[in-house]
Design a protein around this ligand. Structure first.
Ligand code: ATP
Length: 239
């Protein structure tokens, strides 16, 4: 018998005003997993992360975290429960130094097992070298690292990563993947949105394919890779 999932999204409808984006969407993430959401532009992946985080509230269905219904919580409240969203645009403070960016994120942290700022700088080699530099002076890859590091020092147990490799040079993509794998080894659970299917196939334990606000396929990397029809139909790629 398996334990209850850490995160469970059950039959969720959500959207923006009158525009419904998610339609009866369900997924689950077990503690310690890396799970990916893949799908074409506009499929509803970012909207799924926003709904889990509480930036949007579902109009129907439920989001459950650690056994508690968090559907009605806002983003501040879900953060207190141990969720962190690293949005596509990264949102670091450009005028603050790397260390100050981390200290600000650590400020609200309540979890005993959260990473200290010093530990985060130890783990993220690139950031350690630039600890006193301003956020705006960092490269795209370093900004992504800082955004992920901020989620860790905030004490998150579940990190929602929205396209962490977007716009990064291939050699930096590998660094970001290494960091995601390293934080997962520290016990952090990851739900990852990616356009880069290769990143998902390499990192994720399981993958959900999202199309028009619904989950249309679920499988491991091996299952997805073997299913050229699904890859072609929903992603327009072959692995
Ligand atoms: P992308 O890779 O382009 O971000 P996605 O799968 O993450 O794709 P979403 O960003 O969740 O897709 O968008 C799903 C749908 O919701 C799209 O049709 C988009 O136009 C619409 N949408 C997104 N944000 C808003 C908003 N703030 N107001 C209204 N509609 C929105």
């Amino acid at each position: 018998m398996s334990a209850d999932p850490l995160l469970s999204v059950d039959s969720v409808d959500a959207g923006y005003g009158d525009t419904q984006v998610l339609r009866d969407l369900s997924l689950s993430v077990d503690a310690g997993e890396i799970v990916s959401l893949v799908g074409r532009n506009g499929a509803g992946k970012t909207t799924t992360l926003r709904t889990i985080m509480g930036i949007l509230q579902p109009t129907s269905g439920h989001v459950t975290y650690n056994g508690a219904d968090i559907s009605a919580l806002d983003a501040t409240e879900t953060a207190r429960q141990g969720l962190a969203l690293v949005p596509e645009e990264r949102r670091i403070f450009p005028d603050l130094t790397v260390t100050e960016n981390l200290e600000l994120a650590a400020h609200g942290g309540t979890a005993d097992d959260s990473l200290s700022v010093a530990e985060a700088l130890e783990m993220f080699e690139n950031l350690r070298e630039r600890a006193g530099n301003s956020g705006s002076s960092l490269s795209g890859g370093e900004q992504q690292m800082l955004a992920i590091a901020r989620a860790l020092v905030s004490g998150a147990d579940l990190v929602l990563l929205d396209e962490p490799t977007e716009g990064l040079a291939p050699y930096i993509v590998q660094d970001v993947m290494d960091i995601v794998a390293a934080l997962n080894e520290r016990g952090i659970t990851v739900l990852l949105v990616e356009q880069n299917v290769q990143v998902c196939l390499e990192l994720a334990d399981r993958n959900y394919l999202v199309d028009q606000g619904q989950v249309v396929y679920e499988g491991t990397a091996a299952e997805l890779e073997a299913n050229e029809d699904v890859l072609d139909r929903y992603l327009g790629v072959t692995a």
